[in-house]
Every structure is written in C-alpha cells, then in structure tokens.
Design a protein around this ligand. Structure first.
Ligand code: F0G
Length: 476
C-alpha cells in the first residue's frame, strides 16, 4: 500500500498569538534571567519547549468540563468522576488527588520512607529523588547500562537491571527497601520506555521478597504506546489495555496529570492497600487539602478525568508521539547528535557530543540552552550536570553520564511548521558550535538548583581550549 501521512486528530478552534523578538532583546532577556531559561519571562519566548508539564492544550470537552466544577469543600462530584477514571484506566482502588505530581511524591515518601532506607529506581527524577531524600532515604540507580549511553538504540532503555537490584537487596536487606521506584517513561534517560516483560519480571522478583513497587505513572500512556509498537505480542492490544497491565505490576503510583492527562494542573496518588491509603488520606489533609480535592478546584478534577479518557485514544497518542519523532528524525537527518532512540515527550540533544570542547564543569547543556534561545527565541531545558545537583552526603557535584538539552513538546500545542523552525534553529547553532562558551554558577539554591540557579558566561571558551591557545601562543 502507498504510504499515507498521518495528521493531528483535531483542528484548531482558538489561537494564542506568539511574540517574536530581536536578537538584541533576547540578549537583554537571557542576561536578566541569569542564563537560566527557567528565569525567562514567557513573553520573551517564541517557541516554548521548556517542558511538556502543564502546557497542554485542553480539548473543547475539557473546557466544557471546567464549567461543571462542583466547588464544594467536601465530596465534590468531580472528585468521584476523577476517582472513577483513575480506577478504570490505572486500576488503583484508592485515589488521592494532589495539586501536582510532587504533592503525591511528598505524601508517598513521608508515608513509606524512614531514615536509612534505600530506594532503588530506574534512573532518578529530580523532584522524586528530592522527596525521597527529604524523608531520609537514599536513591540508588538500577536502570540498565544502555540508558546511560545516548547512542545505544536499545528499544526499552527504561528497563530495570534485575541483577543490579538484586545486588542492592543482598547488600542492604529487603527490610531497608520501602519500595522500588519505577518510572514509565524515564524522563532523564530521554523519555525512554520500560517493557511490560521487564515490569512483570520486576513484579515477580519484588513480590517474592516482600518489596513494594511504586510506579511513576506521569507518562505511562506514552510508555504504553512504545510497548504496543515495539514489544513482541502487544500490537493488537489497545493503549488502555496495556496501561492497565502496566499498573497491575505496581502497588501504587504517583501521577503528574500535567503530562499524559492533558491538564494544566493536577495529580494523584494511587494505592491498593487499604490501611496505607487511610494514612495517606490523613497526610494529604495536612499538606494539600481535604482528600476529595487535594489542592485542586472541582473544575480541575473534571478536566483531568476527561483528559485521562482522551489520553488513551489511539489516534491521539499516535499523533502525539508522531510529532516528537518528526522533530527527532529531522534533527537526525541534519546530523545533530540526539539521544537514541527518540523518546516519547521530547527530543534530547546530546550536549556533550554537540560541544565536545567544553568540560562538564563548563556546563555545556546549560550553555547550549542559552545559545538556542539567543539564536531563535526557542526555550529548552538543561538535563545534565546542573539538574543532577549535589550529593547530600558529600556536598559534591554529581556527574551524570548524560549531559542533555531537552526540547520538550507540549501536547496539542505546536504544529509541524513550528517543528521545522526548531530544526532550522538547532542547525544554525550547530554551525557555530565551536565558538560557544561555557557557563559558571553565580548563585545556587539548596534544593532542585536547576530551577533557580543563576549563571554567567566563562571568560574563555573552556579551560582546555584556553590551555591549548596558550601552548600554541608559546610555540609561535
Ligand atoms: N515524575 C516525572 C517523571 C516528571 O517528569 C515530573 C515532572 C514529576 C514526576 C513531578 O510532577 O511537576 O507535577 O510536580 N516533570 C516536569 C518536567 C517538571 O518538566 O519534566 P509535577
């Protein structure tokens, strides 16, 4: 059959004008922002690929749902709609709403983690690990080695290495492991999926040792799509069936509805255990709000319930990930080093390969986000040395193998033409990559430093280049 293109399964009913700026205006803006794209004003951004979190366009049905908000303090009708949608699609009998994902992570970490606990997981996520550490735990990475190699084309780079997990269990003892933290997809690895076979093997291993599994379900729908497309035996299963089967491998889940569920705010904690859920409902009152609203308005819960239903539709998810892959393939064709295979929510530039003349201390990924913004007004996010932060025990900078810039695609927001502009802009930066200078910290907050740190350009391109220049100068 002749190849047929796919197109978005929606049309545009309302538009939001974008503002274009001059290079001179962007230079002022990035300096004022301390060379941190999180500190830019959105008004100074042309195409905003900072995050896919809370940046989705809601559907007409979701907006209509916003008008059906039952804003009662207790027992809102919309809570029961949300509860039913989560039970149906994720399968957790107990659903505790939270204002967003980290609210659920906070409650869960307080509930299960104590001083000295060890939490193994398939690569860290910033807020997840921060809450594990605040509760007294230490995160240990048990993702397969391929995940740390941006060039490996392993189809399930989110898989847990059960041998690594077993080594930790033997070392510290199962009683010191409150749960295994599994993300689907793995954000920091490049939006890489975990296979259902691996989730099931993990479930069998942990069950035999009495260890819980907690799923970070934030992008589990996107993960389900990769399972359907890539894992043998799942082609004829629906996204909804695969999602349910994935969740079946977990005792609980934390969720940021701001991603898969197509809303601007909201999250939840899902649990199977009755007594644990009772304690979680009690804790949520302290930190988020009553257990039937958890920091959300009734209308927000309604929009999330509808978003969950829309997110598992086959044509939606195909177009969603199709757009990310359209951008990724265009960048590959242009010879730009990106993380392979292309992930679910973003294309990750390999900043270490893009700027090999910069040492890690010169923060190449952070520097690359600034250059891309200066070139075209596109806002991306650093996912490397700055995001990794410091080890709380030693105070030293962590040095993650991956030094990445994330071009994150909001859901249902930008067109293919925007993606073409992004490709051209990255290509333009690629042309002058040798002259890009590194950055250094000017100020560094204690927690999740990437959000609020400030930087300044290094006086020279890099220490190594400076040394080479000096040697060359001496030779002349
Ligand atoms: N888990 C994952 C995998 C995430 O990507 C995020 C948020 C969270 C948990 C926390 O959820 O933001 O609702 O509190 N990720 C955003 C991002 C911030 O840009 O990747 P939240």
């Amino acid at each position: 059959m002749k190849h047929r293109s796919w197109a978005e399964p929606w049309r545009i009913k309302m538009v939001e004008p974008l503002r274009m700026t001059t290079r001179a205006e962007r230079e002022v803006a990035i300096r004022a922002a301390g060379y941190n794209t999180f500190l830019l004003r959105s008004d100074d951004v042309y195409i905003d690929l900072l995050t896919d979190s809370g940046t989705s366009a809601m559907s007409d049905r979701q907006w209509a749902g916003m008008m059906l908000g039952d804003e009662a303090y207790a027992g809102s009708r919309n809570f029961y709609r949300l509860e039913a949608a989560v039970q149906q699609h994720y399968g957790f009998p107990h659903v505790i709403p939270t204002h967003q994902g980290r609210g659920a992570e906070h409650i869960l970490s307080r509930l299960l983690i104590a001083d000295g606990h060890v939490v193994p997981g398939n690569m860290y996520f910033t807020t997840t690990r921060a809450h594990q550490e605040l509760a007294g735990g230490a995160f240990r990475d048990v993702i397969i080695d391929e995940a740390h190699d941006p060039t490996s084309e392993h189809p399930f780079k989110g898989d847990v290495d059960l041998a690594k997990l077993d080594a930790i269990v033997r070392d510290v003892g199962a009683e010191w492991i409150p749960y295994v933290s599994v993300a689907a997809t793995v954000n920091m690895a490049g939006g890489q999926p975990i296979s259902l076979a691996n989730l099931r093997a993990l479930r069998a291993y942990t069950q035999s040792r009495g260890i819980r599994v907690i799923l970070d379900a934030t992008r589990a729908v996107e993960n389900a799509w990769f399972i359907q497309q890539r894992e043998p035996g799942h082609r004829s299963e629906s996204i909804a069936e695969i999602l349910f089967a994935m969740c079946d491998c977990a005792d609980g889940a934390t969720m940021s509805g701001k991603k898969d569920s197509l809303v601007n705010i909201g999250g939840w904690l899902g649990l199977r255990d009755d007594s644990l859920a009772e304690r979680a409902r009690n804790l949520v009152v302290l930190f988020e709000g009553l257990h039937t609203y958890g920091g959300l308005a009734g209308r927000d819960m309604e929009a999330m319930a509808i978003g969950i239903e829309e997110s598992v539709q086959e044509d939606y998810i195909r177009a969603r990930i199709g757009q990310v892959h359209y951008l990724g393939n265009a960048l590959i064709d242009a010879g730009i080093p990106i993380v392979l295979p292309i992930g679910g929510h973003a294309v990750f530039l390999d900043a270490a390969a893009f700027l090999p003349h910069l040492d890690r201390e010169a923060l190449p990924a952070q520097a690359l986000t600034c250059e891309l913004f200066l070139e075209s007004g596109i806002r991306a996010m650093e996912r490397g040395t700055v995001s990794a932060g410091r080890d709380p025990a030693t105070g030293k900078n962590r040095t993650p193998p991956l030094e990445l810039v994330r071009l994150t695609i909001p859901r249902r927001v930008y067109t293919q033409a925007h993606m073409d502009v992004v490709t051209e802009s990255v290509q333009a930066v690629w042309e002058f990559r040798d002259s890009i200078r590194g950055l250094r910290f000017v100020s560094e907050p204690e927690y999740l430093r990437f959000f609020q740190a400030r930087f300044e350009p290094l006086p020279v391109v890099s220490a190594r280049v400076a040394a080479e220049e000096e040697t060359a100068g001496a030779a002349v």
